[in-house]
Design a binder for this molecule. Sequence first.
Ligand code: FAD
Length: 468
Amino acid sequence: MAAIENIKRVLGPKGFLDQSEDTARYVTDWRGRHTGKTPLVALPKSAAEVSEIVKICAGNNIPMVPQGGNTGLVQGGVPDASGDQLVINLSRMNRILEINPGDGAATVEAGVVLARLQAAAKQQGLLFPLSLAAEGSCQIGGNIATNAGGIHVMRYGPMRDLVLGLEVVLPSGEIWDGLKTLLKDNTGYDLKQLFIGAEGTLGIITRATLKLFPAPRTAETAIIGSDSVEDLLAILARLRKRFGDKVSAYEIFPRSALEMVLRHIPGTKHPFQEPPAWYAVTDLWDVTPNPSLGGDLEQELAGCLDQGLAGDAVAARSLGQAKDFWKLRETIAEAQKLDGDGIKHDISVPLGAIPEFIRRADLALEKIIPGFKQIAFGHAGDGNIHYDPCPPAGMDQKTFLGFRPEVNRAVHDIVADLGGSISAEHGIGATRLSELAHYQSKTGLALRSAIKKAFDPKGLMNPGKLIP
Ligand SMILES: Cc1cc2nc3c(=O)[nH]c(=O)nc-3n(C[C@H](O)[C@H](O)[C@H](O)COP(=O)(O)OP(=O)(O)OC[C@H]3O[C@@H](n4cnc5c(N)ncnc54)[C@H](O)[C@@H]3O)c2cc1C
């Protein structure tokens, strides 16, 4: 096809992949559940190149799929099976352009891997607070396009709160320069916010300016065991009352998740003698040196033990031990993949409704799949639970996954009833399209379609994702 040859010419010999053995990892999603096809994986190295190839695509009606690290969990960054969709992967646009402590801002290209930005900020005594288990591979552009959350949302907010400005190549190929470092800008519609969480449906993010914070100079970590989620939330309330926003992460997981991690992830071990039903891992951060923080945390945890809220609790004595505690939480997704995936949900409900959500979802699912294995874990500090039931003993994966539509509906009905969201942080992608269509109001869907049409009248930018 002449247009594809033109795109190759723009990109040069190192700027694309077109052999199936090379493109394979770009067309399959992280969970390995969907494999699509593409005529070409474009690897542009500048916004100007992105603009040129998008113009060629627009002129020849070639659909495009923007892609970062391809760690997304809703099949948003992979092409469909048609073989028509061009993948535009941003990996080669990976320069950290500026870390500016005065402005408290970093300017980066969209293909910078999240962990690299965290490390670069740290070197200057600063913090880029977005943190998630895929941080060694996911890219800033992908984080912005999915409005990524992770473990520090309760203190620093999701990606939406961390972006100061963007540069975006629009579906026409035109470049929108909104690359500002302003904290205040009251000139009407906040256009950058439309691209955040848009999952690549409105344009391709090429550069971003991001907020930086003072790095914590004191960090304490603890793991807590308890009989119930209610008690873990009561402990969180106590920690917040005493330590305020020093509580920067609070993650929960059940014994079933821990057992799965211990089975699959080398170097993990049980933190307690007696395994409780539920666990929480928490971080306290202080931006000033605070030698008493560790003692204060231990004292508060002792109070939780006395009150019967916790059955066991250990404050980390070293960085290594803190990392060990976090590994138990951060490797759950990896262990799930090795164990044979469950039926995934990424929901949020008001904080206080988490126990009721889990109780009602467990009851509803027991009626659909008696004896199912419950894995409910996640960012309890911001009401976000990954509720991922797994097959009961003796049921094969295929039979189990056949229950997915029924299970999704049961779980999401409870979420809707509790005033929650069917996608807290992973997005809609292709996976949750029908659920979005079911739970969004007609007015909400019409507004989304109008925005999409205004930016992308031909519907070429990541079609089949986010917009039902
Ligand atoms: C083990 C594991 C743990 C995870 N934990 C979390 C978590 O705690 N919190 C969380 O929020 N997510 C989590 N995720 C999901 C995922 O890592 C995030 O959604 C991440 O932000 C995706 O970034 P990416 O670069 O891999 O994007 P991709 O997967 O490549 O793409 C994701 C979406 O963004 C679009 N996109 C990518 N780059 C651009 C760009 N430059 N311009 C426009 N659109 C673009 C794609 O089209 C697609 O729709 C986890 C994933 C894994 C595998």
